[in-house]
Design a protein around this ligand. Sequence first.
Ligand code: MN
Length: 129
Amino acid sequence: MSGRILLVEDNPANQLLAAAVLERDGFEVVVVESAVDALTAIAFRTPDLILMDIQLPEVDGLTLTRQLKADPSTAAIPIVAMSAHAMTVDRDNALEAGCAGFITKPIDTRLFADQVRGYAQLETAEAGS
Ligand code: MN
């Protein structure tokens, strides 16, 4: 499965690594570094999956997630949180905000594309049932 991924990430090194791994695997990746830019990108073209850094400047990733999930035009887009904070409470907060899953940073480049594909397929299967 390939697909369009919107990567919301403000760290340049993390942007490059995640985008390179996903593009090598056949995904089309759009990278933005803020909530405002994410909303613009989503309005331009709806992604199949959003990878959401939790720590963003100004509007944080979970606030943006709640905003997208509250809007009927974007609520169906699966969102996977990404954070270096891997405590249970961080995962719980991400799921509570509406995220479909949680990926810990730094990413494991051997597993990352499969993790993303798994979340995308999970959501596709749910949408089709
Ligand atoms: Mn960040």
